[in-house]
Design a protein around this ligand. Structure first.
Ligand SMILES: *Cc1c(COP(=O)(O)O)cnc(C)c1O
Length: 460
């Protein structure tokens, strides 16, 4: 088999800045060892997130020039609405400025105290928007999804028994909707099978509970179904995606992921009465229903991006690049969440740096070392992001996993960039015993990972 190459050529380039190790040590010190405080210009390879970091195509840029900025009834809205409706099959398409705005509007209507929203795993903004209304966000992920070293085809699947238990225990009347997140971002970008979506829908139908997809990475999920689920190998991804959507009653979407744009999102709903309420809220918080917090040009770019994302040459390259990075890291003795997900590799820092205990932040240690050694920016998903303090003893309560996420922006980096990342990680892995942990010297009471300041326990 030949190398799977980037299915595009490059028309416009953006230089990246090379720095020396000495410069990067200074940059790290200035940023208090927090990657969120490093100026992007000082980063060589930025794997902080795949959100809003996609490279747009020439056609998307052409759409930007062609955008119709009319306040009401812009032609760009009608194109966006047509493309989204054809892809998803949903009746009402409501543009928002990001995915979380769609969540905010949906849960403002259906959430509230005493309500429960199940999901395979709530993404953090989804959970925050559910909880902000006083409702409870419950995760019902299959057991395999909780074990990074266990290989499985669909580790993002909903645990149907746990879901049914949640329904019967909480009372159907308290569950206004159930969500499935595709792919499961917080669970390592692992896909959900068509069978699981179908069976979830069947179970929910028995109780009359609607299903809403958190569809941010629907195309990556559809491609995994094509690769791994019997009966789908010959089906076009577009049809697979359409079938996924057909089991749902609506979706929330961050266009910053699988719509290949830098800003945007939407809420889609079959229920006309619910959509009417959503549009009323949209007018108060986002804008008129034919632009919803976006410019006409953004709607053009999203419409074009949704056409491009289901291209199978693109998806083959996309999923293969992530898998390639994962395979090479494993070969270098770097433990990762297996198998590789759709948009990122999650390094298991707990297993890689067992000499650094959770309260000395092994994930943060690896994040800093990847930057120091190679100018690579990544993010900790472990005790820094999710750690809490015991109210009585003040000691740190750590989450089960200490991960470092290397998220791959879409269409931005080539194989040689990925090879470079692998070389840096190999170098760090060879010297891992010498790495020392960090302590937090300043932190905010909520979402501390964005602003916390760190100090090395001993600089190596
Ligand atoms: C990014 C993301 C969101 C939120 O979207 P924003 O556009 O960042 O507001 C919701 N759910 C999942 C699974 C995501 O990855």
């Amino acid at each position: 088999m030949k190398t799977i190459i980037e299915p595009f050529k490059i028309k416009s380039v953006e230089p990246i800045r090379f720095t020396t190790e000495a410069e990067r040590e200074k940059i790290l010190r200035f940023a208090h060892y927090n990657p969120f405080m490093i100026p992007a210009e000082d980063v060589l390879i930025d794997l902080l997130t795949d959100s809003g970091t996609s490279a747009m195509s020439a056609r998307q840029w052409a759409g930007i020039m062609d955008g119709d900025e009319s306040y009401a009834g812009s032609k760009s809205f009608f194109r966006f609405e047509r493309v989204t409706r054809e892809l998803t099959g949903f009746r009402n398409i409501i543009p928002t400025h990001q995915g979380r705005a769609a969540e905010k509007i949906l849960f403002s209507i259906i959430g509230g105290k005493g309500k429960i929203i199940p999901n395979n795993t709530h993404f953090d903004t989804t959970r925050a928007n559910v909880e902000f209304t006083g409702a409870e966000a419950v995760d019902c992920l299959v057991e395999a999804g909780k074990h990074p070293e266990v290989r499985g085809d669909f580790k993002g699947n909903m645990d149907l028994a746990a879901l049914e238990q949640t329904i019967t225990r909480s009372g159907v009347e308290n569950i206004p909707a159930c969500m499935i997140t595709v792919t499961n971002n917080s669970g390592g970008g692992q896909p959900v099978s068509m069978q699981n979506i179908r069976e979830t829908k069947k179970l929910l139908s028995r109780y009359g509970i609607p299903l809403i997809l958190d569809a941010c990475r629907f195309a990556e999920n559809a491609y995994f179904i094509k690769l791994r689920e019997p009966g789908y190998a010959a089906k076009p991804v577009r049809e697979i995606a359409h079938e996924m959507f057909s089991y749902a009653d609506g979706c929330t979407m961050s266009a910053k992921k699988d719509a290949l744009v830098n800003i945007g999102g939407f809420l889609a709903l079959n229920d006309d009465a619910l959509a009417r309420q959503a549009r009323n809220l949209l007018i108060v918080t986002e804008g008129f229903p034919t632009y919803g917090g976006l410019a006409g040009r953004d709607l053009e770019a999203i419409a074009q991006g949704l056409e491009e994302i289901v291209d199978e040459d693109y998806l083959r390259y996309r999923i293969r690049s992530v898998e390639y990075l994962g395979e090479r890291l494993l070969a270098a003795g770097v433990p990762i969440v297996e198998p590789p997900g759709g948009h990122a590799i999650y390094v298991d820092a707990k297993r890689m740096l067992p000499h650094i205990p959770p309260h000395e932040y092994p994930g943060q240690t690896l994040v800093c070392e990847l930057f120091r050694a190679g100018g690579i920016r990544s993010v900790e998903i472990g005790s820094v992001m999710f750690g809490r303090y015991d109210a009585a003893t003040g000691s740190l309560i750590s989450p089960p996993m200490e991960l470092v996420r290397l998220a791959l922006p879409r269409r931005v980096y080539t194989q040689s960039h990925v090879d470079y990342v692998i070389e840096v990680a190999e170098d760090v892995a060879r010297r891992k015993e010498a790495l020392r942990g960090f302590r937090i010297v300043e932190e905010a009471p909520m979402l501390r990972h964005f602003t916390a300041k760190f100090e090395p326990l001993s600089v190596k």
